[in-house]
Design a protein around this ligand. Structure first.
Ligand SMILES: CC(C)(COP(=O)(O)OP(=O)(O)OC[C@H]1O[C@@H](n2cnc3c(N)ncnc32)[C@H](O)[C@@H]1OP(=O)(O)O)[C@@H](O)C(=O)NCCC(=O)NCCS
Length: 219
């Protein structure tokens, strides 16, 4: 069976209101529909990557291709996992977690989006909390990093609520303009001290080699 060769298909994160897992092909189509509907409000441009700024049909296709590419290019030394986020069995967005040279650095980075109609209801906080649980409790991470443009109040607030601390700024050109990204870092000790949303992880053990780890989370 496919899951024997790609055990990430059996990985599930469950929090009080959400389930995070890889989407089936038709569920990926539903996420693409959602992305086409809108990923941010008018007048805002919260993404450093360019595909969310494409016209709706191209944006939807770019999402599908990016999802497949991420699966296809995965290696134990450079991995990303684009989890679909489900609330009441409906796809509401995506939560990405990535690690480069993870077995050495033990550092993950995250990126997420919700369909516009699902934003501002606490889901973004809960889905980030879910992948932080995967990182720290499941994969033995030492640090988690994130970043957002300095005018992205909701993303910055999600990070602050989950205990991230400032890690400086980065200035980059995006879509022909100068932008300032606030970098954020959550060391393991701060995550352990923070008040946490309960999350359960199932199906992780057979996936560990795909994260560059052996059973038990060791390298
Ligand atoms: C970023 C994102 C994933 C957050 O998810 P969300 O479900 O909207 O976030 P939550 O509802 O869990 O939390 C948002 C917090 O920001 C606060 N917030 C939102 N807009 C704000 C503003 N203009 N000023 C101050 N605080 C604001 C909310 O009040 C809430 O904080 P609270 O719980 O203390 O009240 C979602 O908004 C999104 O998809 N945005 C577009 C894509 C994006 O920016 N992705 C990140 C790219 S780096």
């Amino acid at each position: 069976m496919l899951i024997d060769h790609w055990p990430l298909l059996g990985l599930r994160l469950t929090s009080p209101g959400l389930e995070l897992r890889l989407p089936a092909e038709e569920e990926l189509g539903e996420l693409a529909d959602l992305a086409a509907e809108g990923m941010h409000g008018p007048g805002s441009a919260p993404f450093l990557v360019s595909w969310p700024g494409l016209p709706p049909a191209e944006r939807a296709r770019a999402l599908v291709q990016r999802h497949w590419r991420t699966r296809g290019e995965r290696s134990p030394d450079d991995w990303s996992l684009d989890l679909a986020v489900f609330a009441n069995a409906r796809g509401v967005g995506q939560q990405r977690i990535s690690g480069r040279d993870y077995r050495i650095l033990r550092e993950v980075s995250t990126f997420s989006w919700l369909g516009l109609r699902y934003q501002g209801q606490g889901l973004g906080t809960e889905m980030r909390a879910a992948v932080l649980h995967l990182a720290f409790a499941g994969l033995g991470a030492a640090e988690a990093v994130s970043g957002a443009f300095d005018d992205n109040a909701s993303s910055l607030r999600v990070s602050a609520k989950l205990g991230y601390e400032s890690d400086g700024i980065e200035r980059l050109a995006a879509s022909g303009r100068a932008t300032t990204t606030r970098r954020l870092r959550l060391p393991r000790a701060r995550w352990e001290m923070s008040e946490r949303i309960p999350v359960s992880v199932t199906g992780l053990s057979p996936c560990l080699p795909l994260f560059g780890l052996r059973d038990g989370g060791g390298s």
